[in-house]
Design a protein around this ligand. Structure first.
Ligand SMILES: Cc1ncc(C[n+]2csc(CCOP(=O)(O)OP(=O)(O)O)c2C)c(N)n1
Length: 704
């Protein structure tokens, strides 16, 4: 493997594909146990942790390469700090597996990301070592700064007896997450406050895809700065000799400051910049942490790591292995040699990047169905809503030179590698900067382009004010392709996209579409591109089936639902995703007398298609006749589709008493499979039949 940075000593990448028994891991009940371990033991422990991550990756989709990259960093952090007293915040939180193993959860590690098991993200309900439930990038520096301030304010009110040593807040943020606006806002604030705070930049030169943006280049410059190599060698020689590392580093600071090594940006903000240092050298990391602990004010520790460290296939192809679906070691090795055979030197990150692009070109690329991407089989991925979205987007880009695409660091998850390859001048990945993505698209639209902003429903929450001001208020023709709307499965509550109907519907000028199947996806994108204002198309992370229709698929017409089953005894109104299929199954079961508490009835099924404007005709046809009516949606009840139906009933003076609304419940559903989550929300077949029976009973009462 390539050695791209120096440390106190070079660190051979352990081969994580060679499994080792978790002997040391089993002995660790809390991070305090690390302090009695020798350096050799700590290195062995790192090997065991890697081996466990690799083992788990064979059975399920997990965040893989990111966790392999932070093993030594995690060990060193827990060795140097007591995070029951000090504060540790992992940014995004997807790289917390080694942290979970060292904080008393190794015994449950096999339950990770399964229903009822450990979460794949930090989770305060699991452990006092997890302070926040996280999953969205860019928040760690702000929350760690808040903790630092809060702790010092609390301490000020304590008397001498109560007071213990100062707590130290540590934020660990990846270079991908580092591009988020909230990180810069927090750095700006921290530089001003001059409170004790350690920001650890875990720089592996990667987001999910290779990182983008000018700041990434700045970090590269720091790493590549002339003098870096010599200076760091010199640094480590001195570091060993000096009695106090602090003395050394404070003397060395001036050199850092002059830009000899880099980091002037952080110094100018008010941070002590230290680095870049080798993030795989445990003894050296420990030295640095012990040193910077003693610094006054905020410290920026720039740590270089290799994403996927210790597992060659992941090191060479970190995007694919960022998080991967279950794969055997055999599969991974084959994939690695496939990439290597196409590259003269696949060891470097640059070549891995090229291999990735070639993959996309040749469509050999095995569409990494990672956790934030897909939990389903590849065959299903090829028929997913996301697949149909990208198919429509590619066609529209080919047909219309004004169509351009904006994504926020999720090119792979959005399956848009082909758009990046074929239309590089009209494809924009802005990094983890969702608010900027919307502002940027507004500029493009104003200039006459037709931007499609492809962002996950949950991540677009970041851009709320820009949906208002830059989009709705200006009435700009931006198409929002809202992937992962609804339940997302194993990523759980930080990633469920169950608020978009509620956050989009209040905006004037906004049209909100919820396609019911694969044909609808194609038609919805065509429709959206014909509109003069903003249109959001929201779809879930699942296979897009094909609604069985008697005749042809009706084209999209603003605010018109599609009746896909006739019936005069009641109705089920389904808002997008696979719910129309569920509604049809329920209607069939009711017709056959299989629904408990309901006679044989002929129930109409509507594919609502629009959540704004909702089809008034559909509401008139179904409500106000004392018949049972159920609405289905993967969205919170307030402000959702069912709420829109109620609003129309009210405006039309229709009796809505029989109406039963099925929604995402008013609590956070834990991680599991999508099927688990739909079941828990009552949005599966059984739940729909129960809701229909309830509506039937209500309709009988109304008739009395
Ligand atoms: C607001 C937001 N947008 C997008 C994502 C999806 N996402 C999860 S991890 C990740 C890459 C993070 O890169 P980095 O912080 O460098 O961590 P690494 O995986 O490289 O260790 C992205 C884009 C997210 N979690 N939050």
């Amino acid at each position: 493997m390539s050695r791209r940075f120096l440390g106190k000593r070079t660190v051979a990448a352990p081969d994580a594909s060679a499994r080792v028994a978790p002997v040391l891991l089993r002995k660790i009940s809390s991070p305090q146990d690390l302090r009695s371990m020798s350096n050799a033991d700590l290195e062995e422990l790192a090997r065991e942790i890697r081996s466990e991550i690799c083992r788990l990756s064979e059975t399920r989709s997990i965040h893989f390469a990111s966790n392999l990259g932070v093993v030594e960093l995690t060990i060193a952090l827990h060795y140097c700090f007591d995070f029951l007293w000090d504060r540790l915040v992992w940014d995004v939180g997807h790289q917390c597996y080694p942290h979970k193993m060292l904080t008393g959860r190794f015994g449950q590690f096999d339950t990770l990301r399964t229903h009822g098991g450990l979460s794949g993200y930090p989770c305060p309900e699991e452990s006092a070592y997890d302070l926040f439930k996280t999953g969205h990038a860019g928040c760690s520096v702000g929350t760690a700064l808040g903790l630092s301030l809060g702790d010092s304010l609390v301490a000020e009110r304590q008397n001498a007896l109560e007071r213990r040593r100062e707590r130290i807040s540590v934020a660990v943020v990846g270079d991908g997450a580092f591009s988020s606006g909230p990180v810069f806002e927090a750095l700006n604030h921290a530089g001003d406050l001059h409170k004790k705070l350690i920001v650890v930049l875990n720089d592996n030169e990667m987001s999910i895809c290779p990182r983008v943006g000018g700041f990434g280049r700045y970090l590269d410059q720091i790493r590549m700065a002339p003098g870096y190599l010599g200076t760091k060698t010199w640094l480590h020689r001195y570091f060993d000799r000096l009695p106090s590392a602090h003395n050394f580093l404070s003397r060395f600071k001036d050199a850092l400051r002059t830009g000899l090594v880099g980091g002037a940006f952080f110094e100018d903000l008010g941070f002590h910049y230290v680095g870049p240092i080798n993030g795989h050298d445990i003894p050296s990391l420990i030295d640095y942490f012990e040193t910077v602990k003693t610094f006054e004010g905020p410290v920026f520790l720039h740590v270089m790591t290799i994403k996927g460290h210790g597992y060659a296939p992941a090191e060479n192809d970190p995007s694919h292995f960022h998080s991967s679906r279950p794969h055997s070691n055999d599969f991974a090795q084959k994939r690695a040699s496939k990439i290597a055979s196409r590259s003269s030197n696949a060891e470097t990150r640059q070549n891995a990047k090229k291999a990735l692009e070639r993959d996309a070109n040749s469509r050999v690329f095995d569409r990494s169905p990672d956790s934030e991407q897909f939990d389903v089989r590849v065959a299903d991925v090829e028929q997913s809503f996301t697949f149909w979205a990208q198919t429509a987007i590619m066609r529209l880009m080919r047909e219309n030179p004004r169509v351009c695409v904006v994504v926020a660091a999720m090119t792979q998850g959005n399956m848009l590698e082909n758009a990046r390859r074929d239309f590089p001048e009209r494809f924009f990945d802005v990094g983890i900067s969702e608010a900027h993505a919307v502002n940027f698209a507004a500029g493009l639209a104003k200039a006459g382009m037709r931007p499609i902003v492809d962002i996950y429903s949950g991540f677009l929450q970041r851009a709320y004010d820009h949906l208002f001001q830059e989009t709705s208020l200006q009435n700009l023709p931006i198409v929002f392709s809202l992937d992962r709307a609804g339940f997302v499965g194993a990523d759980g509550p930080t990633h469920h996209g169950v608020f978009d109907l509620s956050y989009l519907r209040p905006f004037p000028n906004m049209t909100v579409v919820a396609p019911g199947d694969s044909s609808d996806m194609t038609l919805a994108f065509d429709f959206a591109l014909q509109q003069d204002g903003p249109v959001a198309i929201r779809y879930p992370k699942t296979k897009a089936g094909r609604i069985e229709r008697k005749g042809d698929v009706a084209p999209f017409e603003l605010g018109r639902a599609e009746r896909v089953r006739e019936g005069t005894d009641g109705a089920i109104l389904a808002c997008g995703g696979e719910l129309c299929q569920t509604a049809l199954d329920a209607a069939r079961a009711i017709a056959q007398g299989e629904a408990v508490g309901v006679p044989k009835l002929e129930v109409a099924v509507y594919n609502a298609r629009f959540a704004k404007p909702v089809d008034v005709e559909m509401v008139r046809e179904t409500l106000g006749r004392s018949l049972p009516v159920v609405t289905l949606e993967e969205n919170a009840a307030p402000g959702g589709f069912g709420a829109a139906v109620l609003e129309i009933a009210n405006e039309e003076g229709l009796d809505a008493r029989p109406l039963v609304r099925l929604n995402a419940p008013d609590r956070y559903l834990p991680h599991g499979s999508r099927a688990d989550e739909l079941k828990e929300a009552g949005l599966d077949l059984e739940g729909t039949l129960r809701a229909f029976a309830q509506s039937w009973n209500r309709s009988l009462n109304v008739k009395k």
